[in-house]
Design a protein around this ligand. Structure first.
Ligand code: KE4
Length: 432
């Protein structure tokens, strides 16, 4: 596949941008490729500098629930921009988007907008520490909560892909306050609480971890976490930056019927623009400046253009009564088709799916945690990713990521993807 223009663009970028990319996961190093520079997107399609077109399942890492350049979102952005891009004052757009979120996620009684998921999670943890007066937090190996120091310990996503789940630059002092446990293991959480009585401010978890590939909680696991946090006075934070408005209208917490104390959001709520949020119980949020002493701030927090994009996106979500049912249906069709292809080609593997997100694991053992995800065949994944690109399908470029469906994916695209996967696997089986 000719990628000369992308290769040239990457060489130029490397002269002025660290690593030539503004986020490591875009570098495609882990799949042995030079990054592909995109020119445009429309609906479920991506178009690169060299004229190739791809059926897109990256969807900007899950931010594009409605697909690329959705007319309602584009119109909202253009209209908002015509009135100015930022004022450094409150606008009613922030209240409008907050009201939409609160109406669909009842555990969020008050929220604060920020500009990235990382800001949301680090702010939520600081708030939990300020509210409880405690220092330690619990996170789970393979979960990724952005690049805040407290989280870059056995982190997933790009940190894991790049082989630095424990990043240099995170001090021992910071790391000492982060307790890392295996996901899906209740006994480990009980032991951590017993070993750290009245010391754990927050337990932060991706309810459906999507950053070691998509790994689903065992039945009852999230309810156990809820019960243990209530029992020990620990703030339960659901990091729904990826799952919020993705796996259900009310996120994973709605699917599971669990009410966290705080929730972090990002991606979908900005409609592809930089917007994220954290929020939850009113008494915890009351500890946040200016009402309370816990400081948190941001020049572009609640940016009117990003708010307009989010309002347009969640406006479609609120009015489209069958959206999540359609995502669930095509998600199951796709994962069943992909799994049948693995079996037909004699490739051991599993395909995990929840609403509009899915992952493929090339391994004979079911994946329940990071150890299981790391046992999957990364070399085969890299070859499969490249073969799918040749077939015009763009998956997330790492086995430690999730893939995403959008409102523009229909049965036709799903069946085309299954056929491409079948061909790719057959080619890999016969390749030298
Ligand atoms: P951002 O700071 O990248 O907006 O969000 C951090 C974050 C927090 N929590 C969860 C559950 C997340 O998945 C993320 C970010 N996700 C990655 C993809 N797995 C972002 C892609 C990237 O790093 O470029």
């Amino acid at each position: 596949m000719k990628l000369e223009r992308s290769i040239g663009a990457f060489a130029r970028a490397r002269n002025v941008i660290a690593g030539g990319v503004n986020s490591p996961v875009r570098a495609l190093g882990s799949v042995g490729l030079s990054p592909i520079f995109m020119k445009s997107g429309a609906g479920a399609m991506l178009y690169d500098l060299d004229g190739h077109e791809y059926l897109d399942y990256l969807m900007s890492w899950g931010a594009l629930l409605l697909g690329h350049a959705h007319p309602a979102v584009t119109r909202a952005i253009v209209n908002a921009a015509a009135s100015g891009t930022s004022f450094g004052t409150p606008t009613e757009l922030e209240t409008q988007l907050a009201e939409l979120i609160v109406s669909m996620m009842p555990s969020i009684e008050r929220l604060r907008f920020v500009s990235s998921g990382t800001e949301a999670t680090l702010s939520a943890v600081r708030l939990a520490r300020g509210y409880t007066g405690r220092s330690k937090i619990v996170k789970f190996a393979g979960c990724y909560h952005g690049h805040g120091d407290s989280f870059l310990i056995e982190a997933g996503s790009g940190a894991l892909t790049a082989g630095v789940p424990n990043s240099p630059g995170v001090t021992e002092g910071v790391a000492a306050d982060t307790i890392v446990l295996p996901f899906n293991d209740v006994a480990a959480v009980e032991a951590a609480f017993d070993a750290n009585p009245a010391a754990i401010a927050a337990l932060i978890v991706e309810p459906y971890p999507g950053n070691m590939g998509l790994v689903l909680p065992r039945a009852g696991y999230l309810a156990e976490l809820r019960e243990l946090c209530t029992q020990h006075g620990t703030v339960l934070i659901f990091d729904e930056v990826m799952t919020g408005f993705r796996v259900a209208r009310g996120g994973a917490q709605a699917r599971e019927g669990i009410r966290p104390d705080l929730t972090t959001l990002g991606k979908v709520i900005g409609g592809g623009l930089p917007a994220a949020a954290f929020g939850g119980r009113v008494e915890i949020m009351a500890a946040l400046a200016p009402d309370g002493p816990v400081y948190q701030a941001g020049t572009l927090s609640g940016n009117p253009i990003a708010m307009a994009a989010g309002i347009a996106t969640l406006g479609v979500v609120a009015q489209d009564a069958t959206l999540y049912e359609r995502l669930e249906t095509i998600g199951l069709r796709l994962t069943a088709g992909l799994k049948a292809g693995l079996d037909r080609n004699g490739v051991p593997g599993f395909v995990h799916c929840a609403g509009g997100m899915f992952s493929i694991f090339f391994t004979p053992e079911e994946v329940r945690d990071l150890r299981g995800a790391q046992a999957a065949d990364r070399r085969l994944f890299a070859k499969y990713f490249g073969a799918m690109l040749e077939h015009g399908v763009y998956f997330a470029p790492s086995p430690f990521e999730s893939n995403f469906l959008c409102a523009a994916h229909t049965t036709a695209e799903i069946d085309r993807t299954v056929a491409a996967s079948d061909s790719a696997l057959a080619e890999l089986r016969t390749a030298p």
